[in-house]
Write a protein that binds this ligand. Structure first.
Ligand code: ZN
Length: 137
């Protein structure tokens, strides 16, 4: 059986600010954000940096209630999640559930770039918060 994972789509990095002028390491490598986006559903502002075929997503909380705000309060800035691109997110979630994995999102929701996204519980993924993402259309 082939893997449901297509590739690593992006790394999510929690930061206090994504505004220009805020010191983030991609700038030191000559990378500039190619896009900014606000995702109200997840209470974040996102800056996208393209690295080859993948992305870095810098995530800034827009509310104290944002999971990113809670993450930074507890652990400081840093890597927040790894996102895998999948071709069939519904099938992937069903397989995980049938295998006993805990899902944060039982059903996909709309994430940045209008993609379908769902998170898997880090307790069942070696401490790593994993996001699955599928492009629409
Ligand atoms: Zn993400």
């Amino acid at each position: 059986m082939s893997s449901l994972l297509d590739k690593i789509d992006h790394l999510g990095i929690a930061v206090k600010s994504v505004s220009e002028g805020y010191r983030v390491f991609p700038l030191a490598f000559g990378l500039k954000p190619h896009k900014f986006e606000e995702v109200p559903e997840q209470k974040v502002k996102v800056a996208f940096y393209k690295v080859g075929d993948s992305n870095l997503e810098f995530l800034e909380p827009t509310s104290e209630e944002s999971p990113i705000a809670k993450f930074i309060a507890k652990r400081g800035e840093g890597i927040h999640h790894i996102c895998f691109k999948v071709n069939d997110i519904y099938q992937a979630l069903e397989n995980l559930k049938n295998d006993g994995y805990r899902l944060i999102d039982e059903k996909p929701k709309i994430g940045a770039e209008n993609k379908l996204v769902a998170f898997l519980h880090p307790k069942d993924a070696n401490g790593v918060l994993i996001e699955l993402s599928q492009s629409q259309g």
